[in-house]
Design a protein around this ligand. Structure first.
Ligand SMILES: C[S@@+](CC[C@H](N)C(=O)[O-])C[C@H]1O[C@@H](n2cnc3c(N)ncnc32)[C@H](O)[C@@H]1O
Length: 231
């Protein structure tokens, strides 16, 4: 595609990510969480999988350990370097791609699974929809997309109260610094869960499930219908 002067620059958000610092050195349950997701999705050896916004590559490496061919994609070269170290330490092969949701290279209808966790909120809404249609185009008919992100579950009755409650929750339960929560509210683009659901179905996905299990966390399991099937 020709470079357009109106195309959104994904690199604008580089270094801003409120959660990156904590992701780099946290010792949490991300391996177990990734394994649980991949098992639920029924990953098989030989599947072609993309993890977009892969961060330090935990899920990508878990998928490779299951025998999948994995493209670990991230806009941040620093995160991709961590993903490569992770892969080397675990002795698995992943293919890294330095690109974003709006720029990753793909063959149409080629992936058996696309995963994106906590990256979509870096794009304003119009560009979220562009990213979701690219992911739709990249998937094989009948294949799944697993999306997790920070979304607003309800309307703010009082922004001050809602934001402070959210900050307290994340500080207490996830060990986030207050600054990272503030950066998220001020400079990133989380949107409402119902907006995400509508975008996903308008793009053509069938919504298998939407789960809002923690304050501001939305998890979506989608499927690209086969031709002739209703979405
Ligand atoms: C909060 S981290 C999540 C990392 C990982 N998916 C996880 O759940 O642990 C968000 C990641 O998205 C990446 N990112 C930010 N904007 C992006 C974009 N437009 N396209 C792809 N990745 C992006 C950041 O570099 C960062 O690695």
């Amino acid at each position: 595609m020709l470079a357009r002067d109106w195309y959104y620059s994904e690199r604008r958000q580089l270094g801003l990510d409120s959660a990156v610092a904590s992701i780099c050195d946290r010792h949490d349950d991300s391996d177990a969480r990734a394994r649980a997701v991949l098992t639920m999705l029924g990953v098989q050896p030989g599947w072609r999988i993309a993890d977009i916004g892969c961060g330090n590559g935990v899920l990508a490496c878990e998928a490779a350990q299951l025998g999948a061919e994995v493209d670990a994609i991230d806009i941040s070269p620093a995160m991709l370097a961590l993903a490569e170290i992770q892969a080397r330490d675990r002795k698995v092969a992943i293919r890294t791609q330095s690109a974003g949701l709006l720029s990753f290279a793909y063959q149409p209808n080629s992936y058996d699974l696309v995963v994106s966790e906590f990256a979509l909120h870096h794009l304003p809404d119009f560009w979220k929809a562009v990213a979701l249609s690219r992911i739709y185009g990249a998937l094989k008919p009948g294949a799944c997309f697993f999306l997790r992100d920070i979304v607003f579950v309800s309307m703010p009755d009082s922004p001050e109260r809602s934001v402070e409650a959210w900050a307290d929750f994340n500080i207490k339960n996830h060990g986030f610094a207050r600054d990272s929560v503030i950066t998220h509210m001020r400079d990133e683009y989380s949107t409402f869960g119902w907006v995400i659901e509508r975008m996903l179905t308008d793009v053509g996905f069938t919504l298998i499930s939407a789960d809002y299990h923690a304050p501001l966390h939305g998890t979506y399991h989608l499927r690209k219908p086969k031709s002739g099937e209703q979405s």
